[in-house]
Write a protein that binds this ligand. Structure first.
Ligand code: FMN
Length: 196
């Protein structure tokens, strides 16, 4: 079983990273292969909406030359995609949004001369988020958007782990939160295993 973890926080030692560390550690203990991609360290340009990808066959067909192909290739060899992001303006951060736009168009060629199947059919998706507002208010729109993104691409949405940032960094590294994140990793493992 392989996970691609898309890390959308700009902070290598921030709140999202604090949740990701025990999550990845638990996955490793369960024997899951993981490819973590720090999106702020990659070149991911925004989609131009040119739709050149729509009629490409057997390739992404994107006109832009950046790190998109390498990230797409990682996803293609994975069973699960984890979107780890702080909430910025009620959604994921900008590099993650740029990537999602590129994936949903080049990976789902529904609008060309011939409709092609989703490249992500049956892949599984979950998210780890952090936000300043109470979690439902802070991350609710992001979760809803991600669910619809999955539905459009024929992927299975598995769930969210979200923790509120009250300005006390120690709340992201305590035993309680670590136990909760590890439980979330286990729950995902069981859900993914059942559907394979
Ligand atoms: C530019 C910016 C925008 C933010 N927008 C929101 C928001 O819309 N809703 C929310 O609940 N929190 C918002 N936050 C708070 C962050 O989501 C929160 O502090 C998060 O834990 C930061 O994670 P990090 O340490 O991984 O960067 C925002 C923070 C920043 C810097």
């Amino acid at each position: 079983m392989k996970y691609t973890i898309l890390m959308g926080s700009p902070h290598h030692k921030g709140n999202t990273a604090a949740l990701l560390a025990p999550f990845m550690d638990e996955n490793e203990l369960m024997g899951i292969e993981q490819d973590v991609i720090w999106l702020y360290d990659r070149d991911i340009r925004p989609c131009k909406g040119c739709k050149a990808c729509q009629d490409a066959k057997g390739s992404l067909g994107c006109v832009q030359d950046d790190d998109f192909q390498a990230i797409f290739d990682s996803i293609q060899t994975s069973d699960v995609i984890i979107f780890a992001t702080p909430i910025y303006s009620w959604y994921c951060t900008a590099p993650m949004k740029a990537l999602m736009d590129r994936l949903i168009y080049a990976g789902c060629k529904y609008y060309g001369k011939e409709k092609q199947p989703s490249a992500f059919f049956m892949k599984q998706v979950a998210t780890i988020a952090t936000c300043g507002y109470p979690t439902e208010n802070g991350a609710g729109l992001w979760e809803e958007g991600l669910k619809r993104w999955c539905e459009h691409a024929e992927m299975d949405y598995l769930g969210i782990f979200c923790r509120r940032d009250r300005g006390r960094p120690e709340e992201f590294t305590g035993e309680d939160v670590e136990t909760d994140v590890r439980d979330f990793a286990h729950a995902l493992y069981i859900m993914v295993g059942h559907s394979m």
